[in-house]
Design a protein around this ligand. Structure first.
Ligand SMILES: [Zn+2]
Length: 311
């Protein structure tokens, strides 16, 4: 039995995961991300202890603990080197948790952990597997020959920060034109907002008013109902997503690419046009094509992947 912890900007989630990668108990607590790293780490430890109690187990039943954290992670030393939205920079997270829980802790980048989780459960043993998560940003994890690819320094596999438009939108990483500034849910919301302003009275405007906000679903729901302005937003967004995927395919020609994140719940409505665009623009015309799928583990991928990566 393992514990997997998913450290997010909003919630800290943890689960007890068995050898088969099934979660047998899980719990979450708010991250309250402006707190010090010490406070967050003691909350993670409390969460883990509570989970073990809840499952009727003791800490001696747990072999190892795996934790996924956003940012650049030194997995060798278990240090969070650079974290965008938490006060974790330079914090020896694994060591601190080991001290509190008296258990070996393996620290991994959160997107890598999620990709590894999805790979372990639904990867069908693909030799090369890439998961792309369309969320607040565009996260990604690359699994080659069953192993997480991290680059020589742990900062590798940040596909969301490849350039889609030279000199384009300013990204949170400081560079301009990153893929995630066009293909993330944050970007989709901005694209939807702009279209609402340009098309007063559109169904998007009505849906946003009913729900009290513009979300990643606004344009998709309105497009499905036939709203022309919304269809234009969705078509453009799909093209941004698919154009980036073509580059990923051209570099890696991976056996499988899985799309995760909230927007992947749109299922075939997102996947089919992406697939069509990728097929039409793939450099490879003569060999078998990369299989494109939507993720199936959703929020649990991070917990399961962190736990299984600790094995
Ligand atoms: Zn960037």
């Amino acid at each position: 039995m393992y514990i997997g912890v998913d450290i997010g900007g909003t919630n800290l989630a943890a689960g007890i995961v068995n050898e088969a990668g099934e979660i047998i108990a899980q719990d979450t607590t708010p991250t309250l991300r402006n707190r010090s790293s010490g406070e967050i780490i003691s909350d993670i430890a409390r969460l883990c202890r509570g989970l073990v109690d809840k499952a009727g187990l003791s800490m001696s039943d747990i072999k190892k603990i795996g934790a996924g954290c956003p940012g650049t992670i030194d997995t060798e030393t278990g240090t969070a080197v650079y974290v965008n939205n938490l006060k974790m920079e330079g914090v020896p997270l694994a060591g601190e948790l080991e001290r509190l829980l008296k258990k070996e802790v393996h620290l991994e980048n959160d997107a890598n952990a999620a990709a590894y989780g999805e790979y372990c459960i639904y990867g069908d043993g693909a030799k090369s597997f890439i998961m792309i998560t369309l969320g607040t940003g565009v996260g990604s994890g690359i699994i080659l020959d069953g192993k997480i690819y991290r680059g020589f320094n742990g900062a590798g596999g940040e596909i969301g920060h490849m350039t889609l438009v030279s000199g384009g939108n300013r990204c949170t990483c400081g560079k301009d034109g990153c893929w995630e500034t066009y293909a993330s849910v944050t970007a989709l919301i901005a694209q939807t907002k702009a279209a609402i302003e340009e098309n007063p009275g559109s169904l998007m405007e009505k849906l946003a008013a009913e729900r009290g906000k513009i979300s990643g679903r606004t344009a998709f729901d309105a497009a499905r109902a036939g709203d022309e302005a919304a269809k234009a937003v969705v078509n453009q967004y799909v093209k941004y997503v698919a154009d980036g995927i073509v580059s990923v395919v051209n570099i890696f020609q991976p056996e499988k690419i899985v799309l995760g994140g909230g927007i992947s719940r749109e299922g075939d409505y997102l996947l089919k046009p992406v697939e069509e665009f990728v097929k039409a623009n793939d450099y490879n015309r003569y060999r078998p094509h990369t299989q494109l799928e939507v993720a199936r583990l959703f929020n649990e991928a991070g917990i399961i992947g962190a736990a299984l990566a600790a094995r």
